[in-house]
Design a protein. Structure first.
Length: 207
């Protein structure tokens, strides 16, 4: 009887289903299923390399290196069909990033990881509160290499003129149980010259 109860709990638990069969709420999330839940930086945390601001010790356009910690929450969103043909399922995510030196939040990101099972593609579609939105795509798997395509970046007129995003690439590594790693580069043209803004982080599941 005890074994039967344990089996029932395993089959009805959304977390167990996501981990074992990739099906959540009747939708197949493929490699993204294991992401559902709350994550936080491990002891290593992350490192941001960004263009320096005027009035700082680094100076305008210098190389500013900022160690950080972060939290990311992934939730099942919904499914959708594009042009009566492409079937997609999406995870919604919230990412908040804090400087280690003063615990101040310096990056906030909201987006979707979107899975196309038939074509084995994953899209990372997100916006940040700088009037910039990005869509990148890559082949589905335990390690996903995202890259923007033509028209994959939308931004305000101000950003186009002063701090435009040229390209975005990201490697998302889901190969370890209850751990995710990423590294990404946002190619900018800022202060009249190119700058590769990079971030890398390592997170563990908290629930």
């Amino acid at each position: 009887m005890k074994n039967v109860i344990c089996l029932i709990l395993l089959l009805t638990s959304p977390y167990a289903t996501a981990q074992d069969s990739t099906i959540i709420n009747g939708l197949d999330f493929g490699p993204l299923a294991k992401l559902v839940g709350n994550w936080k930086s491990d002891q290593t945390g992350g490192v941001d390399v960004a263009p320096g601001q005027a009035g700082t010790e680094i100076g305008k356009g210098g190389i500013a290196v900022e160690p950080y910690y972060e939290t990311i929450t992934f939730k099942p969103a919904a499914d959708a069909k594009n042009a009566s043909d492409q079937y997609l399922v999406a995870l919604y995510y919230e990412q908040e990033v804090f400087r280690k030196r003063d615990d101040a939040k310096f990056h906030d990101q909201r987006g979707y990881l979107i899975y196309d099972k038939e074509n084995q593609l994953v899209y990372n579609s997100y916006c940040i509160p700088r009037a910039v939105c990005v869509v990148a795509e890559g082949k589905a798997g335990e390690v996903i290499e995202f890259k923007t395509q033509k028209r994959g970046i939308a931004e305000s007129k101000y950003m186009t003129q002063h701090d435009t995003t040229i390209d975005f690439t990201m490697t998302l590594d889901l190969s370890e149980t209850d751990r995710l790693k990423y590294s990404q580069t946002t190619a900018l043209h800022v202060y009249g010259k190119p700058f590769n803004h990079s971030d890398s982080g390592s997170l563990i599941r908290v629930k």
